[in-house]
Design a protein around this ligand. Structure first.
Ligand code: SF4
Length: 180
């Protein structure tokens, strides 16, 4: 009897999820997606990105679990006063919740679409993923998918999905537009 391995992918947006889901399906993983991104501000922006993710999930037949609520307070509780290190706290928050959900629902492993983005602190994502895996007792699947970033965005081009202009938090929004 062949037992299928399963992985829960933390998804931050549809455009990074498109290639990532296929990448883990290829070696035979039963892939599901998990949305938990209280770092996306303001709330209307969060809703736009989630709607895009739901459309993609339907399009590629990807089971999508959406965390209830919007833990805005929890995000700021962790980050305020530690802004220089905010991405570490942000990754910890999101990946911990993903690993807990993976364990509770019987997945063999978890991973994240953050690993495909050249705009993220890649080594930090990997470090936090490994720490969370140890802490929660669920394997973290690592792959450097950054070279596939453009391909992933190309895959969603025809779907007419909302495309974000900044990473997520209010700090990143200010940085994005202050640069102009
Ligand atoms: S810049 Fe992005 S990864 Fe860093 S704290 Fe803000 S939303 Fe999170």
């Amino acid at each position: 009897m062949v037992v299928m391995k399963s992985v829960l992918i933390h998804v931050c947006c549809a455009h990074c999820a498109a290639y990532t889901a296929g990448y883990w399906r290829e070696p035979g993983y039963d892939v599901s997606a998990f949305w938990y991104n209280p770092n996306i501000h303001p709330y209307a922006e969060h809703r736009h990105r989630l709607a895009a993710m739901k459309s993609l999930a339907q399009e590629i037949d990807l089971p999508l679990m959406v965390a209830g609520g919007y833990d805005l307070t929890e995000y700021f509780h962790r980050v305020v006063g530690h802004e220089a290190e905010r991405c570490r706290y942000c990754f910890q928050l999101r990946l911990s919740r993903t690993a807990e959900t993976a364990r509770r629902n019987g997945f063999n492993a978890f991973t994240t679409t953050l690993l495909i983005s050249p705009h993220q602190k890649h080594e930090l994502v990997r470090e936090v993923g490994d720490e969370v895996a140890q802490e929660k007792g669920v394997a973290f699947l690592y792959a450097d998918l950054r070279k596939r970033y453009s391909e992933s965005r190309h895959m969603t081009k025809g779907l007419n999905l909302y495309r974000q202009q900044y990473c997520g938090c209010l700090y990143s929004e200010r940085e994005r537009y202050a640069e102009e």
